[in-house]
Structure formats: structure tokens, C-alpha cells
Design a protein around this ligand. Structure first.
Ligand SMILES: [Zn+2]
Length: 55
């Protein structure tokens, strides 16, 4: 993790960095219900299976 990077004051929060689970590239673009990797051209979806809140 790199800290100390000045976040631009403004209108949008920085997006979390996602990595392609297949090749590790960060060139991901939204694709239908998930993401598409620009490096290996795989498309995949990210599914939330828990929120961390215990009942
Ligand atoms: Zn990839």
C-alpha cells in the first residue's frame, strides 16, 4: 500500500484497485454484470457472499 498520495479534492472518491483474478492486470472495465480485463480479455463477475456482519 502506498500512503501519502494526495487525494484530489473533488467530486469523486478514488476507486479501489481491482486486479484481474486470472492475469493480475489492473486494466478492468465494467462489462455487463461484472468486469472485463483489457489484458487477457476475460470477463468475470464479482459476487458478494457475505458482509462481515455476524447475525
Ligand atoms: Zn486478465
Amino acid at each position: 500500500m502506498t500512503e501519502g498520495k494526495p487525494s484530489p479534492a473533488g467530486r469523486q472518491r478514488p476507486l479501489p484497485v481491482f486486479h484481474c483474478p486470472y492475469c493480475g492486470d489492473e486494466d478492468l472495465t465494467p462489462y455487463e454484470e461484472g468486469w472485463r480485463c483489457g489484458a487477457c480479455l476475460r470477463a468475470f463477475s464479482v459476487r458478494l457472499i457475505a458482509t462481515g456482519v455476524q447475525e
